[in-house]
Design a protein around this ligand. Structure first.
Ligand SMILES: Nc1nc2c(ncn2[C@@H]2O[C@H](COP(=O)(O)OP(=O)(O)OP(=O)(O)O)[C@@H](O)[C@H]2O)c(=O)[nH]1
Ligand SMILES: [Mg+2]
Length: 454
């Protein structure tokens, strides 16, 4: 494999910038551009995990002073020889250093190629490699812990456990089918059934957390709706921490959708402040109201705002009729003006209710708790293995369905041969998850979603 290089730090200005080189000739190539200040040593003769201070030269021209850190195969991220050159950060300098390294014989790394090599060299399996991407994009502590566990192999271990159990059952079935006359204990179908059911449960528990985890990663599409003047935009500004939406005491202030991503604890909400919903003849406002309704329908979470200092109106009830109670939070706003709204009428259908004053900030803590409950983060155990993308989800769903059909076959007393074939199918799928049985095309597709330099 060729020796590759890329800038591994983000584009832009920074204290340092890192150019990473990986491949058999990493040290030799680095030696052509990096000259240690002590004058004698070269990187090729250095031990792994050691560093030198020196200068970067290209065509006899001084580019920058830098630190070169040497990793010897297989003790590196990629499993190959690696040199990491830390130079001064900045678009121009890091690019110049990379250019010098490429001139000296390295080729440009593809997106995700360092991690791909780590996978191909057996340093990590595919689900761990996918976790590296999650780790980089994690926006909260919990998303970070989940990705970290996956990279540490928690998911891979669970997948391997399930796979080994399936293999064991298949082996028993095969032995019994192939050598019925031997002294192999007869397979009890109830025993077999119990084992398969236990496996289905394990697979289900991995699938179950997917929605929550993808909410943590990608954010929850959230609409902020209600009739005009109830304080939606004030709440938008309170949650986002700055004056994102225009607030006035005129009903019908917000006309268009105003979007902002906000963090509620560990959960990113993709929040849309909308026009107050009411019947109106105003052409512009009418369009805004239609947009608000569309936004409400498309959201995963609806925040419906009421003015708690006045009675519930038919307009409020119309808005509620569009919402699914399971994914709706009601905010009784303007609580500082005294509660006049009768809660009992709505709380039977919509139990998630928060009293708030958007002007003085009261109720924000309770709001956070309620959102966490609805999204389900409180239920997930961060030490658990969770899947993190559609590819993994689809494979696990297939595995579950195949084992379910194996169970059915068992109940219909179909031959054990047929069951054995189904079990082998599911074992193959599980191996696809960790990358032991995966086509080059899939591997390439996964790593192409990475950024260059990772
Ligand atoms: N006393 C009190 N006033 C509030 C509170 N929240 C908002 N207001 C006031 O209510 C008025 C309307 O607030 P907005 O945030 O613009 O209401 P909105 O729901 O976005 O209104 P539209 O965009 O017109 O649909 C403003 O004068 C706010 O200062 C609150 O908690 N208490
Ligand atoms: Mg508004």
């Amino acid at each position: 494999m060729s020796t590759i290089a890329a800038i591994s730090t983000p584009k832009g200005m920074g204290g340092i910038g890192v150019v990473r080189i990986s491949g058999e000739e990493a040290m030799e190539i680095a030696d052509r551009v990096f000259k240690p200040f002590d004058g004698v040593s070269c990187l090729s003769s250095m031990k792994g995990y050691t560093a030198k201070y020196g200068k970067i030269m290209s065509d006899q021209q001084f580019i920058d002073d830098a630190v070169a850190l040497v990793f010897k195969a297989p003790h590196s991220y990629t499993g190959e020889n690696v040199v990491e050159i830390s130079c001064h950060g900045g678009l121009y300098l890091t690019r110049e250093v990379l250019r010098a390294v490429l001139k000296a014989g390295a080729s440009t790394a593809e997106p995700g190629e360092f991690t791909k090599r780590a996978f191909l060299n057996g340093k990590i399996d595919l689900s761990q490699a996918e976790a590296v991407m999650d780790l980089i994009s994690a926006r909260s502590r919990r998303a970070n812990i989940l990705a970290f566990n996956q990279r540490e192999g928690v998911l891979s271990k669970k997948i391997n456990d399930v796979k080994n159990q399936l293999l064991e059952i298949s082996a028993q079935i095969s032995a019994w089918v192939d050598y019925p006359e031997e002294d192999i204990p007869e397979l009890h179908s109830t025993h077999l059934k119990e084992k398969l059911e236990a496996i289905i449960q394990k697979v289900e528990s991995m699938i179950k957390n997917y929605d929550v985890c993808s909410a943590l990663k990608q954010g929850v599409k959230t609409s902020l709706v209600g009739r005009p003047n109830v304080g939606k935009s004030t709440i938008m500004n309170l949650i986002s921490g700055f004056e994102r939406s225009i607030v006035t005491d005129v009903a019908g202030t917000t006309r268009d959708i105003v979007e902002e991503t906000v963090m509620i604890g560990d959960i990113p909400l993709l929040l849309s402040d909308t026009a107050g919903i009411r019947n109106t003849e105003d052409t512009v406002e009418k369009i805004g109201v239609e947009k608000a309704k569309k936004c409400l329908k498309a959201a995963d979470l609806n925040i419906v705002v009421f003015d708690s200092s006045s009675k519930l109106t038919p307009e409020d009830e119309d808005i509620l009729s569009l919402c699914d109670p399971k994914r709706t939070v009601l905010i009784l706003n303007k609580i500082d003006l005294g509660l006049k709204l009768d809660k009992t009428k709505i709380s039977t259908y919509f139990p998630k209710i928060v009293e708030m004053s958007a002007v003085n900030g009261s109720g924000l803590e309770k709001f956070k708790e309620v959102v966490e409950e609805i999204v389900g983060v409180s239920e997930i155990d961060s030490s658990q293995s969770v899947i993190s993308n559609e590819r993994q989800l689809i494979i696990l769903q297939k595995v579950r369905d195949i084992i379910l059909s194996a169970l059915k076959e068992l109940e219909r007393k179909i031959t054990l041969d047929a069951i054995s074939i189904l079990l082998y199918d599911s074992i193959n799928l599980l191996m696809e998850l960790t990358g032991k049985n995966v086509t080059e095309e899939i591997v390439n597709r996964i790593f192409s979603q990475f950024c260059v330099g990772k």
